[in-house]
Structure formats: C-alpha cells, structure tokens
Design a protein around this ligand. Structure first.
Ligand code: AHR
Length: 508
C-alpha cells in the first residue's frame, strides 16, 4: 500500500546559508587512494604528472569543493619534508598507521597542483602525533610565505614560485583515539594544539584552524574531550571536527537506514558544547563544526578481520585497504547523512566525505584498467551540484519506522535549499518495504527530478567496472497548483529541482 507524506516548506524565511565546503572530500596516503588511485603514471589516461585522466573526470563530476589531505591516521607519523624536492631523493618510509611503505612519490606540490586542476580547495592537516608546533609552523611558512626565508625559498626552488595560499589547517587527527600515533589526553592535546595555533597565527593570521574533536560519538571521552580541548583553544580556532562513520550492525537494516538520526544528535550535542564553552570563556568568534570524515564504513570487518591480517603481514606499497563495495542501501544512507549535514547548515561549516578514491570511496578503479562510480557517488554529486543558497528545513508529516537503535523515526527525511528562484529538494525513503507518495508545495516548474534505488528493488545491488547497475533514473512528478507529487520506492533517494515562479524569501 502506498503511504502519503507531506513536506511543508516555508519559502518566505529560509535559514542559514549552506557553505559549499559542506561538500568536501578527503584524500589520505592510505591503501590505494593516492597510489593506484588518483596517481598512476603508467595508466593509459595518465597526464604528464602521472595523474589518471579518467579519475580526474569522475572527480570533477562529483562536484566536491574542498579536499582534506594527507590524513587521517597517516598524518600523525608524517614528515612533510619527505614529500618535497627531487623525487629521486625522497626517502621511502614505513607508514606505521597503515602498516605500509610510503614512497613519497606524491607530496605537497604534486597534490596541490592536482587539487587545483580539479577545482578542489586544499585543506591541510599537520602532524601533532610525532611532531609539534615547530614543524607545523615550518610547513605553513613553506607553503604560504611569499619569499625571502629559507623555507619559502626552498618551496620556490622546488618549482612553486607563488605561495600555495592554504587557508584551512587541521590541528592533528583523532588525537583522542588510542590507535592514533602520538595519542594524547584531552589536556595534553589541548595545550599542544593551542601553542600550535598561536604560532601558526603569528606566521599567517588569515589561516582557519580546525581543532580535533572526538573520533566518533561512541568514544568514552566524547563530550569531556570537546569541552577540554575547546577550553584550551576556543579563542584560537575556527572549527572543531566531528568524525562519523556508520554501518549495518548484525543485519539491522532499519537502524542503519536511520543513521542520520544519530548524526543529528551528534551535531546538536557538539553545537551545545561549543555554545557552553564560548559562553563560559566570553568568546565572540564563531566556531563551526567541521565533519571532516564521514561515510558508511564496515568498521567491524576492518577491526575484526582485515586489520589483524594487514598488521601481521609485510609492509606493502599501496595495499588494498578498506575498499568497501557500496550498495544501493549504502547510497540511501549516504543521502540521508547529506540531508542531516545540510539541515545543520547553521552549525556545520565544512564536511568531507571520506575518502575519494578506492578507500571507502565513491570512486573505484583498477590499476591499468577501468574506473567507475559506486552508488554513493550519486547522492553526493546531487547535493554538491544543487544544494545552493540557504537551507529550508521542512516540517514533515510521514509514516514512521521502528528502529532498535534510534526508536521510532520518520520514514521520510528531507531538506531543501533555495537560491534566488532555484529550489532543490532532497529526500529519502527509509522504509524497507513500502513506497511513499510525497508532496511538497513550491509554485513553479520542475526542471529536473530523479531517483536512486536498487534495480528491481535490490537494495544490495552494487556497481563495478562492467556496469553501473545503481544509477539515477528519471522520477515522474505530477504538478498541479504549485504542488508537486511523486512516489519514492522503498530505500530510495531523490533530488527534485524547481524553478520558482518568483524568487522567494530573503534568499534573493
Ligand atoms: O578514513 C580512514 C581513517 O578513519 C582515517 O585515517 C582516520 O582518521 C579514521 O579513523
């Protein structure tokens, strides 16, 4: 039986501007993300610098805006100097974070040029695991100082005359995690991050700094970690990070489909802590939430099966690590997480889908062979290309689903954005069995509408080098008197774009 859901949009007073940086991505020196991913000099499509042309095209199509680099856990043992200068002189190093060998064939210069070529702003992480304020400041001087000092002239002699001009810097990565190289208590990290931030601001007052929040919502230190590190740094930083990975536990698909309810709560709790610390310390500068790692990831399999095998083996270059094969179901969960991020545009300043190629990625490829889009590519591309202007958080009346993890949740999740006369509406049907008829009112003409669901309702369908079985298809819309109605199949994502008859609200 088809149920009907109403999505009520108040177009007269849209909410916060949606930062384009919410549609960021992440490239780590891990597995085959860099090597055999974006970079493969022997691939038939490789350019003169060794970067794959087919991957470049897919990255452009994804529409991401900013890229976090070079880690992740990797950065906590990384010496940035190893990756600059003549390639033949660069050292090979053990990467203790991923039990791999790092060739350093790609470093700051190569990656920054690649990022520029695909229109990605570079967001650089510094090592606060094995290193500290001095090395972070040296990297900043190397990257951003125009000339006339040993470090800036070293950059110039390495072929980059103009500064890289990197604005956004992450102060370490997941320092609360016992798995992290150089793991610290909240006070230890808060102090070193504060001193690093102070020194980096002396060198370049325009940098935007991200303090590392918890590695996930379930960390035993969640909350006290945020409060402590912000107490040390709230006057020095612009963002605090949130990392959030979701998976299907023990076949509980209903709860998995409701993962965004968990993300909503996580974001709201972090926002509350930011407000508390700012009030206590009398800080007037805003502090955004940088969700700089998020995705679906089968972490149970990684921790229980793959990681023990990887860490007891040898030290390969570019091994196949966490190359999760995503399904239509995963894509719908990714879509609902995007809805959560956009709905919190008033607090979320940045977000990075982790990662970009091969490693829990929307893009996969084979060495010397094909590249293809995983199902999760499509909702991300929709949002990255069309969520523009201000957010419109709807009031939704829909059926509900019972879940073991999150209680009873609405079957339909949705958010819209409004820019001048362009409205984009995103929606998911979390229901496992029933289609949902959905209506919303926005006087105007539907200019595009499509839906993503498993072929013939197969929510476990995946894509591969031979076929992209899970891909968007056209969505039929019935429009009358400014109300638009469509049917969402079970476990589906939709993107509907409307050209309004007249621009609405204060988003003009
Ligand atoms: O994205 C994979 C890993 O997940 C990152 O290196 C780390 O920061 C997180 O735990």
């Amino acid at each position: 039986m088809t149920r009907t859901a109403m999505i009520a949009l108040d177009l007269s007073s849209p909410g916060a501007p949606v930062s384009p940086r919410i549609f960021g991505t992440f490239v780590e020196h891990m597995g085959r993300c860099v090597y055999e991913g974006i970079y493969e000099p022997t691939h038939p499509t490789a350019d003169a610098a060794g970067f794959r042309g087919d991957i470049r095209d897919l990255v452009r199509g994804l529409g991401a805006t900013i890229v976090r680099y070079p880690g992740g856990n990797f950065v906590s043992g990384y010496r940035w100097e190893d990756g600059v200068g003549p390639r033949e002189e660069r050292p090979r190093r053990l990467d203790a974070a991923w039990h791999s060998t790092e060739s350093n064939a790609v470093g700051l210069h190569e990656f920054a040029s690649w990022a520029e070529s695909v229109g990605l702003e570079l967001m650089e992480a510094v090592n606060l695991g094995t290193r500290g304020p001095a090395e972070a400041a040296q990297l900043l001087e190397y990257a951003n100082h125009p000339s006339g000092t040993a470090l800036s002239d070293w950059r110039r002699s390495n072929g980059r005359e103009a500064p890289f001009g990197i604005r956004v810097w992450c102060l370490g990565n997941e320092m609360d995690g016992p798995w992290q190289i150089g793991h610290k208590t909240a006070d230890e990290y808060g102090r070193i991050a504060a001193e690093t931030a102070r020194l980096m601001r002396f060198i370049d007052p325009d940098v935007e700094l991200v303090i590392a929040g918890s590695s996930n919502h379930e960390m035993p230190t969640f909350g006290t970690w945020e409060r402590t590190v912000l107490t040390h740094t709230a006057d020095l930083v612009d963002h605090i990070s949130v990392h959030a990975y979701y998976e299907e536990h023990d076949g509980d698909t209903a709860s998995f489909l409701a993962s965004s309810v968990g993300l909503d709560a996580y974001l709201e709790e972090v926002a509350g802590i930011i407000d508390e610390v700012r009030a206590e310390r009398g800080i007037t500068r805003p502090i955004g939430i940088s969700v700089d790692e998020w995705n679906v990831w089968n972490q149970t399999r990684w921790n229980e099966v793959d990681k023990p095998a990887v860490f007891s083996g040898d030290w390969p270059e570019a091994p196949r690590l966490i190359e999760d094969e995503y399904t239509a179901l995963d894509a719908v969960v990714v879509g609902s997480l995007l809805i959560s991020l956009v709905s919190h545009a008033d607090r979320v300043s940045m977000a990075n889908l982790a990662q970009l190629v091969n490693v829990i990625a929307p893009i996969r490829c084979e060495p010397g062979g094909a590249a293809w889009r995983q199902p999760t590519y499509f909702p991300f591309a929709d949002a990255a290309h069309h969520a523009r202007g201000r957010v419109v958080v709807p009031v939704i009346e829909s059926a509900a689903v019972d879940t073991a993890r999150y209680g009873t949740v609405p079957t339909i999740a949705s958010v819209a954005t409004l820019e001048e006369d362009r409205l984009a509406l995103f929606a998911v049907n979390r229901g496992l069995t029933e289609p949902q008829e959905v209506s919303f009112t926005a006087p105007g003409r539907v200019v595009a509408a499509h839906v993503l669901a498993g072929p013939d309702g197969d929510i476990r369908a995946t894509n591969g080098p031979e076929a992209e079985l899970v891909a968007p298809r056209e969505l039929a819309i019935a429009s009358a008197g400014g109300t638009h109605t469509f049917t969402l199949p079970p476990v589906s994502w939709a993107c509907v774009r409307v050209e309004l008859d007249s621009p609405a609200g204060d988003a003009l």
